[in-house]
Design a protein around this ligand. Structure first.
Ligand code: ADP
Ligand code: ASP
Ligand code: MG
Length: 408
């Protein structure tokens, strides 16, 4: 008998028919005498509809109230799945994040899980129930409802698996594993049988939404056996996220390509070229809780420099407001913004041992006439910022140039 945590995403829970299919799969595991905890997302589109609804009411909802609204999608899902299970004779009980005491900090909209009280869940499991927990939500120390950020149900699943020391955490979604890149953009993308935590962390943080980054961090930290699988297929091993590189095989240079569409670049022109200027510009931006990604400084000849950096597009207006004040204080010439950009990243632990990856990437893009606007690198990734209109093209030509469509 094993203890398994299964997480089902929005598409997998998207209709009554699909919820019945989820119930059947859970029943199959119960029939094999496994204990099962199920984490579910809101039905597909539900969270977006709730956001749209709040926008009709106000442009600036209080974060606390926004979380009260957004958390309801998952509450619908847990109740429906419990009914579907009971209907086919499987004992099941549903719980909201608050009911199972998923304790988080109070950062509404991007709360972090601090602790989970596993005793009530264990009691229910021992009594023969399937325990169904609402993903994406928790409560802070005061009992306020919090949410974990978009895609947060993955993190609920892994956090529960860690708290319960589950034998495996299975993330069921609408693709049958982690691919070399988003198969919706590149049909030739290949499913990976395994991917290392290190690579998955980079892929998730650089935009592959198949797993929320926090879920990968949790799984790495608490050594949770994590697998991504299709909720629409009965066969298949999916993708296992592994600690070790697969040393039996020739390590490919690149394991995957990730991308994000929501980049914005800001350039502060004519910043006096003196010590402390980067801090004076970027300090207030950080204080406003905006994450800055790539940074470039070009020294000018007239004692000034231009400072360019990227932020998430959703943070652009907030950042420009901050910079308006900063500009006056430091006497910069102007602040310009470009929000038609995207970021494309190559990820692979094999980069360590293969020089020339960057050169091949830049040549491939130049052959397509794609202008690189910014570059950043780390040990296992190279990212470029390019015009958003080239996103699909860039991903496709890079996928081919690095032989990702060929079986290894
Ligand atoms: P869920 O609702 O089940 O959480 P998501 O939409 O959050 O599903 O994540 C699954 C989607 O992630 C896929 O449909 C796919 O389009 C996208 N995706 C992006 N990058 C990858 C990748 N490298 N491998 C697999 N899927 C990816
Ligand atoms: N329902 C939430 C979202 O759409 C959480 C999740 O699906 O993981 O982001
Ligand atoms: Mg998701």
């Amino acid at each position: 008998m094993a203890l398994i945590v299964q997480k089902y995403g929005g598409t997998s829970m998207g209709s009554p028919e699909r919820i019945k299919n989820v119930a059947k799969r859970v029943a199959k595991f119960r029939a094999q005498a496994h204990q099962v905890v199920v984490v579910v997302s809101a039905m597909s589109g539900a969270t977006n509809q709730l956001i749209a609804l709040t926008k009709e009411l106000t442009a600036n909802p209080a974060p606390r109230e926004l979380d009260v609204v957004l958390s309801t999608g998952e509450q619908v899902s847990i109740g429906l799945l419990a009914m579907a299970l009971q209907d086919i004779g499987v004992a099941a009980k549903s719980y909201t994040g608050g009911q199972v005491k998923i304790l988080t900090d109070d950062a509404y909209g991007k709360a972090r899980i601090l602790a989970i009280d596993d005793a009530p869940i264990r009691r229910d499991l021992d009594a023969g129930n399937v325990v169904i927990v609402a993903g994406f939500q928790g409560v802070d120390a005061e009992g306020n409802i919090t949410t974990l950020g978009r895609g947060g149900s993955d993190t609920t699943g892994v956090a529960l698996a860690a708290a319960l020391k589950a034998d495996e955490c299975q993330i069921y979604t609408d693709v049958d594993g982690v691919y070399t890149t988003d198969p919706r953009i590149v049909p030739e993308a290949r499913k990976l049988d395994t991917v290392t935590f290190e690579e998955m962390l980079e892929m998730a943080s650089l935009g592959s939404k198949v797993l929320q980054i926090r879920s990968v961090e949790f799984a790495g930290k608490y050594k949770v056996k994590l697998r991504v699988l299709s909720s629409f297929e009965d066969e298949g091993e999916g993708t296992l996220i592994t600690v070790e590189e697969n040393r039996d095989m020739e390590q490919p240079v690149i394991s995957g390509i990730a991308f994000t569409r929501d980049e914005a670049k800001i350039t502060v022109q004519g910043v006096p070229d003196q010590p402390g200027m980067a801090f004076q510009v970027l300090g207030p931006v950080a204080e406003a809780n905006v994450d800055v990604d790539m940074i470039i400084q070009n020294a000018g000849r007239d004692g000034t420099a231009d400072l360019s950096f990227t932020v998430m597009r959703g943070d652009l207006d907030k950042t420009l407001n901050v910079l308006d004040r900063v500009k006056a204080v430091i006497g910069a010439k102007s602040v310009e913004a470009d929000k038609t950009l995207c970021k494309v990243s190559l990820v692979g632990v094999g980069m360590h041992s293969h020089p020339g990856v960057a050169a091949r990437m830049f040549r491939t893009l130049s052959e397509e006439g794609i202008n690189i606007r910014m570059i950043s690198t780390s040990e296992i990734k190279i990212s470029v910022v390019v015009d958003e209109k080239y996103l699909e093209l860039a991903v496709r030509v890079l996928h081919k140039a690095f032989d990702l469509d060929r079986a290894v």
